[in-house]
Design a binder for this molecule. Structure first.
Ligand code: FAD
Ligand code: DHB
Length: 390
């Protein structure tokens, strides 16, 4: 097989990159280790920045999004049994955020790719990347339906997520990495019950953080801070609802409960690697960086990366290295801003197992400041709604 760009991974980064390249007349092949059904059903993110929504709509894969999405003009910060609204219309220059599930974005992108008869291979195994460090043509080896295959290409895009094979294929001596594992995790549920709120609620509580999000007028998405190493078996539905109700507690407000449709536990980490390019291999999305989910930035960062990468690869294929040479630095500027914002939201809202009473008071002082000071609330609103894409 031969193509211009070999794309490893059919997550948001890989699929949007393939789509943007196609619009520029550039060929690619997408390889994915999971099945189509698996990636279209994997429950993950749901909050899209304005720039992400605009990108999907402007490039023709936003029709269903436009019909089914929910637009939000603010969020609530809840602490000490009181709610405080952060108003994006007032504080973020009219920018909004959009609820549309990641797996719906994936479905739309896969459908567009298949409708255009473009190659995407699911269920591949043993993917390895080769000869990307010099002038030679790189290749990707893998097994598909039991057969050894090889793709020869001009460039490789490593869009294979945090646990992928592309980042580890770069010699460790050329990469600098920064990382931190947080001492807590998120237990996320999808529940067949109308949301108890119109806007997202980020709750600080002595027992730990909780987040009320939603997917539709009929389906709620909720997250609960749990200890690292917790097993789902220890969290029957009744225990989850009881804990959520306690953490969201507010006089006159009730958390509606319903059947749990999906349940998972996600570790929380910050991670950045630089540079995001090595020779003919480019990393994008979670393959290069991870943020804890509290700021809802991961998917948005993945799309921001490939919005820079597509024109850079286009120019490279025409012999111009300038955009590709600055790819890593351009992306990392946004990545570090989001890394800081996500760390800030996370540490302001979660209870660290080692937290002393002073730490809790400092968090509450910061939360009171954020909701009382226009400058501080603007900082949150501006970062949360996101910055313009390149
Ligand atoms: P991924 O989505 O991880 O895609 C990588 C793909 O590569 C996968 O399909 C994987 O199967 C495939 N793959 C792996 N290895 C190989 C291989 N060797 N060969 C071929 N394919 C391979 N972000 C937000 O912006 N907003 C939110 O509200 C938000 N909430 C979140 C809530 C939770 C609970 C979680 C877990 C994440 C959340 N995120 C959020 C983060 C977001 O889901 C990720 O940042 C996003 O999926 C990154 O996209 P990606 O394409 O870079 O990587
Ligand atoms: C969602 C996830 C997040 O991490 C977040 O900060 C907000 C919303 C969600 O899945 O809806």
């Amino acid at each position: 097989m031969r193509t211009q760009i070999g794309i490893v991974g059919a997550g948001p980064a890989g699929l949007v990159l393939a789509h943007l390249l196609h619009l520029r007349g550039i060929e690619s092949i997408v390889l994915e280790t999971r099945s189509r059904k698996y990636i279209e059903e994997r429950v993950r993110a749901g909050l899209l920045e304005q720039g992400t929504v605009d990108l999907l709509i402007e490039t023709g894969v936003g029709e269903r999004l436009k019909r089914e999405c929910l637009t939000h003009h603010g969020i609530e910060l809840r602490f000490n049994r009181r709610g405080h609204r952060i108003d994006f219309d007032d504080l973020a220059g009219g920018k909004t955020v959009t609820i549309y599930a990641q797996q719906e974005v994936i479905k739309d992108l896969v459908a567009a790719r298949l409708a255009a008869n473009l190659p995407i291979l699911f269920d591949v195994e043993d993917v390895t990347v080769h000869d990307f460090d010099g002038g030679a043509s790189p290749s990707i080896r893998f097994r598909s339906a039991g057969k050894e295959e090889v793709i020869h290409c001009d460039y490789i895009a490593g869009c294979d997520g945090f646990h992928g094979i592309c980042r580890p294929a770069i010699p460790a001596s050329v990469l600098t990495t920064w990382g931190r594992d947080y001492p807590y995790a998120w237990l996320g549920i999808l529940a067949d019950v109308p949301p108890s709120t119109d806007e997202l609620i980020y709750a600080h509580h002595g027992d730990g953080f909780a987040l009320h999000s939603l997917r539709s007028p009929a389906v709620s998405r909720l997250y609960l801070q749990v200890d690292n190493g917790e097993q789902l078996a220890a969290w029957p539905d009744e225990r989850i609802w009881a804990e959520l109700s306690r953490r969201f507690e507010l006089p006159g407000w009730t958390l509606e409960q319903g059947p749990v449709l999906d349940k998972s536990i996600t570790p929380m980490r910050s991670f950045v690697c630089a540079p995001m390019r090595y020779g003919r291999l480019f990393l994008a999305g979670d393959a290069a960086h991870i943020v804890p989910p509290t700021g809802a930035k991961g998917l948005n960062l993945a799309l921001a990366d490939v919005a820079v990468l597509a024109p850079a690869l286009d120019a490279l294929l025409h012999g111009d290295d300038k955009l590709a040479a600055s790819y890593s630095a351009t992306c990392l500027e946004r990545v570090w801003r989001s890394t800081h914002f996500s760390w800030w939201m996370t540490t302001m809202l979660h209870r660290a197992p080692t937290a002393d009473p002073l730490a809790t008071q400092l968090q509450l002082a910061q939360l009171r400041y954020v909701v009382a000071s226009r400058a501080a609330a603007t900082t949150l609103a501006e970062n949360y709604t996101g910055f313009a894409m390149h």
